[in-house]
Design a protein. Structure first.
Length: 299
């Protein structure tokens, strides 16, 4: 069980690091081989409209539901080893993302990770310890302006614009779309400083099948997070990926880290009858966030 808990905590630390984003205003930077869109270039107007229409289709695929809940199988592959355990997912839009992991067969909770707009809560049930952190408390989060909303977009299978809580329709022009290449997917790209985002959406229905976030800096090294979506299930009139697999690679730690996490939900429900925030028992000991995450990241 210690391996499962350590794996969950490590995923939390690396996910936070790999998902960072800048606070600066988004500026659409032309990609190599593609000129910026201008209204003066009349031959390109039709192409621009087609690209914008495709981004709109991708944007419109987001589910209307405010809650996504379900039981899951959590798996972590790291260092040539794979561990799996049952768990649950509970998400409330703009409020909380909660992952819980249980002891197989017994159903006793091992630990949980809870992301909210205010910060991160990690509870270690086995050792009766917890970590509570504001995103600004950690250097690599504060310096890069990580917010809850960038993580939410990844878990909810949506587009994101760094530094914004929501993607508005006026933001859709910020995405570079490559409709011309043949293939099943169409890439949507957004570049911002040291961050590069790529969403691969199905050419026909606009469903996001994968997201790749790349980040590189002299201070924090290079990190790549690849998030794949599968087994889409109906949630109202929309579709939600019951299976999410993300792999991470980072050199921002003392020892380069890489691994793969699978969240495979047995079902996708929209139940709202659950507590939005976790409470921590007074018997639990609060641990120093920098010491705990620093130890995990540098192993």
């Amino acid at each position: 069980m210690n391996k499962i808990l350590h794996g969950v905590l490590t995923v939390c630390a690396v996910l936070l690091l790999a998902s960072c984003a800048s606070k600066k205003t988004v500026v659409k930077e032309p990609l190599p081989g593609k000129e910026p869109h201008t209204s003066a270039v009349k031959p390109g107007i039709a192409e621009d409209m087609q690209e914008l229409a495709f981004v709109q289709r991708v944007y419109d695929n987001q589910v209307y539901a405010q809650n996504i809940v379900g039981n899951m199988t959590f798996s972590l592959t790291r260092g040539g080893k794979r561990i799996s355990a049952p768990g649950s997912v509970r998400m409330r839009k703009d409020k909380v993302i909660r992952l819980q992991v249980f002891i197989p067969f017994l159903g006793t909770e091992v630990g949980r990770i809870e992301f909210t707009p205010d910060g991160v809560l990690i509870i270690d049930r086995m050792h009766k310890e917890y970590v509570r952190a504001d995103y600004r408390e950690l250097d690599f989060l504060r310096d890069n302006g990580l917010t809850f909303y960038s993580l939410q977009a990844l878990f909810w299978n949506q587009l994101l614009v760094p530094g914004k809580e929501k993607v508005s329709e006026s933001d859709l022009k910020s995405f570079d779309v490559r409709l011309s290449p043949m293939g099943e997917t169409v890439p949507l790209l957004l570049k911002k400083g040291s961050m590069e985002y790529r969403w691969n959406a199905h050419r026909t229905n606009g469903r996001i099948l994968s997201t790749v976030v790349s980040y590189q800096s002299n201070k924090h090294g290079k990190s790549t997070l690849t998030w794949n979506y599968d087994n889409f299930k109906a949630v109202g009139v929309k579709q939600f990926p019951a299976k999410q697999v993300f792999s991470f690679m980072t050199t921002a730690t003392k020892t380069p880290q890489q691994g793969q996490v699978t969240i495979d939900m047995n079902d996708v429900q929209t139940d709202s009858n659950w507590e939005e925030r976790s409470t921590v028992s007074s018997r639990y000991k609060q641990m120093d966030v920098k010491a705990v995450l620093g130890k995990l990241l540098n192993k």
